[in-house]
Write a protein that binds this ligand. Structure first.
Ligand code: PMP
Length: 433
């Protein structure tokens, strides 16, 4: 075990000021978090001087890795001129032009500060447009912390309810019970079940909230028939489709919906579009996005935000996204494919009880022999969780940060050698298992 005395010291201080010593539930902290001193491309260096290959990239945000030079230069040049204003700037128009130029569903756009906010405003926009409050969503998918986006999130199997009728009860104690009245939970790729649940609640549904490859629910492929059904039912009942591409926009130049054949009405964005700075965005069809417009009086849905569209996030986002050309996406996809195939070959060779899901620059390792069909199967049993902890600890010992039970991702800063190192480390793990 390598020395981590500085991280230990930091964690001791942190426990005196934060409820559990961390500021985010998602920070892995056993026995203590790895405190970062700085990032360097595909790597990060911790406060004890260890250098790790980073497969987390701040929860898939940093598509270019750490300290991407064009972003550093552009942001450095902008900083002295002010970081936020109550006035608009050219930088927000430039990022908006880039995104609406690429993403088919994005005819108009509004910027916010996080994916949570983006999903929240997309749901509110759907409500304002349709006049209906309800949200149909996929069991186990993560969409941030808005009550209606997280009800029925399924943190403990005891709360899931029967498979044919998953529970929509609010995720956390003390949340108004009424939140659950306006949420319908559908199981991923369950065409008949989801169609019947949505149809039964259609008169109170404003939107179907769908991430085409929900990472927390397993990072599983959507069946084309499932997405087609959602679009058909949405059209039939005038329900809007809200796509959550906060994470999955990194699946391609036009995003994940375009890749998987989903045509949403509204789309929530975040993560990579901020170039490493806080951001979120709501985009969608022009007609629907008029709910935010004050051109003809008070908007149906006023939307602001003190730091929304701050020039630093806008500039960093534009520079990072400009560097993600179609060719760059293809190159990164190639690395992703090579990585998944390499891991699958290792699994087959060693006849190991693992499988790999994912697409483009994303992958997830499952401690089971076959790809799960949905969240319930992807959910880790105590035994599965222990196996994944051993796996992440093994990677950590070999200087690779692998997210535990979540989507791992590549960055453009990675090299062929990095991909081989990841596959070899996985192979070695299977060997010693
Ligand atoms: N939606 C999805 C699909 C996400 O992955 C996340 C964050 N992991 C969010 C929404 C929330 O984004 P944020 O953390 O920026 O609030």
């Amino acid at each position: 075990m390598r020395d981590c005395s500085v991280s230990k010291r930091f964690y001791k201080r942190a426990r005196r000021v934060f409820p559990d010593g961390t500021t985010r539930v998602t920070v892995e902290a056993r026995p203590q978090p790895t405190y970062v001193a700085r990032g360097d491309g595909a790597y990060l260096i911790d406060v004890d001087g260890r250098r790790f290959l980073d497969l987390n990239n701040n929860f898939t945000t940093l598509i270019h890795g750490h300290g991407f030079v064009p972003v550093v230069k552009a942001v450095t040049a902008a900083l002295a001129g002010g970081t936020c204003f109550a006035n608009p700037t050219d930088s927000e128009i430039a990022l908006a032009e880039l995104l609406t130029g690429r993403i088919p569903a994005a005819e108009r756009i509004r910027f916010v500060n996080s994916g949570t906010e983006a999903v929240m405003f997309a749901i509110k926009a759907a409500r304002a447009f349709t006049g209906r409050p309800g949200v149909a969503r996929i069991e186990g998918a993560y969409h941030g912390a808005y009550d209606w986006a997280e009800a029925g999130q399924g943190n403990a199997p005891a709360t899931w309810g029967p498979a044919h009728r998953p529970s929509a009860r609010p995720a956390y104690r003390g949340t108004p019970k009424s939140v659950g009245d306006d949420v319908v939970i559908c199981r991923f790729n369950d065409v008949a079940g989801a169609e019947s649940a949505i149809s039964a609640a259609a008169d109170r549904l404003g939107c179907i909230l769908i991430d085409p490859m929900p990472s927390r629910a397993g990072l599983l492929h959507p069946d084309p028939g499932f997405l087609e059904m959602l679009m058909r039912v949405a059209r039939k009942f005038d329900i809007l489709i809200v796509a959550d591409e906060v994470l999955n926009l990194r699946q391609g130049f036009e995003g994940a919906c375009a890749r998987h054949g989903l045509a949403p009405d509204l789309i929530a964005l975040g993560k990579i579009i901020g170039g490493g700075f806080p951001i979120g965005a709501i985009a969608g069809r022009k007609e629907i996005m008029t709910v935010f417009s004050s051109l003809h009086g008070r908007p149906a849905l006023p939307q602001g935000g003190t730091f929304s569209a701050n020039p630093i996030s806008m500039i960093a986002g534009r520079v990072a996204m400009e560097a993600m050309t179609r060719a760059k996406f293809e190159e990164l996809d190639g690395f992703g494919e090579q990585l998944r195939q390499g891991m699958r070959a290792a699994i087959t060779r060693r006849n190991a009880a693992f499988c790999i899901s994912g697409e483009a620059s994303l992958f997830r390792i499952h401690p089971r022999p076959t790809i799960p069909v949905d969240f319930r199967q992807a959910y880790l049993s105590a035994e599965g969780a222990a196996t994944m902890q051993r796996l992440t600890a093994f990677f950590h010992e070999r200087a690779i940060l692998l997210p535990n039970a979540a989507a791992a991702c590549l960055s453009t800063a990675m090299t062929q050698g990095d991909i081989e190192k990841i596959v070899d480390t996985f192979d070695e793990f299977l060997d010693v298992l």
